[in-house]
Structure formats: C-alpha cells, structure tokens
Unconditional design. Sequence first.
Length: 205
Amino acid sequence: MKGDQATTWTEGTSADLVADALAMGVKASPRMVTSWVEDGMLANPEPRKTSAHGSDPRIFPPEQRELFTRLLEARERSPLGRIPQRALIRVVLFLWLIDDTIVPTPQARRAWRTHARAAGQTTAVRRGQNVRTLVEQLAHPSATHKQRRAAQLVIEEGERTGRIDINRLTSVLTELNSPWSTQPGMPRIERALPGPFGPNATVVV
C-alpha cells in the first residue's frame, strides 16, 4: 500500500491513531479503534512489555497505522458522503488478497465475518447480486467463469450461515486473484500484484 511519500509511518498506540484522526478533522475515540479491531478493519495491536511491573499500551505496526488513516481518508472523500463500513471492509479484504503483510489473515477472518453478518441481513436476491459484484471486484481479469462461480458459492454460503471456512475461502480467492496455472512441482502464487481491478472505496456500496 503506497502512502504519502512525505510521511514516515511508525508504530503507534490506540491514542496515537485517535490523534491521527483528529489531526485530519475526523472525530475518533479509543472505542472506535477497538470497534475497528473487532470488525476486522484493523489487526489486533501487539503487546509491548517493558518492565516487570506491567506493560505499556499495546501498539499497532506502521502498516496498520497507515491503513487506519487511509481508510478514514477514503471514507471522508467519498462523493456519497460517508460510505458504509461494508465498503471499507471490501477494501481491507482486497488488501489481504494482494499482501498479507498489510492485512494479516486473523484480521481478514474477522473482516469476512463482519461482511457476512452485514450481508446476511439483506434478502437472498440482494445477497446474490452483492456477491456477484464483490467477486467481479476481486477477480483478476483472467479469472475463468468456473473460478468466479466457485468463489461466489463459497462467499454466498458464508453469508447465508454466518460461518466462514477461511481455508476454503482462501483457496477459491487465491484462484480468483491468481488464476494462472503453475508448473508441476512449483508452489502456487497466492498473491496477485495490485492492478486496475479490485474494490474502490470511493464507489463501492
């Protein structure tokens, strides 16, 4: 994820993330940061013990601190006003597909559950439409109809039941995002380079 070239991101506490938001003119609180972690918008902060008598506040790595800011920026500049959180969740999931050093799998698992809960509140017809849209947004242009359909069925099942099989989901999305064949004996490419495909936080609803 490319950020502002003038910004050198460092690790930060929840209080630092709140300060980052306030500096942008966006209202934020420690509870908001906690909520984003619970929903998979952010990864769990890491413990940092510096003495035998206690621990310093948990810290977010630089990538997560930047992610928090970039998602806020996308939300604030949307032509729709403040876009719904489910749109930002899709951006988080796309980032996981292309680089799991930015969005680790445990965070993506929570994000998928949040997405499934939100989608499960809509009608079956609307869920089907949304899943097809999501698959097209995540798919590499070379992905086949079979690969797109397989991803659609797994996501639909997760949304219908509210349960995410992360291993199966990872498999079908790997093929969706990296649809090319590998040579015998060679490992499959599990991450695709970002390109002109994938969800756009300013337009996805």
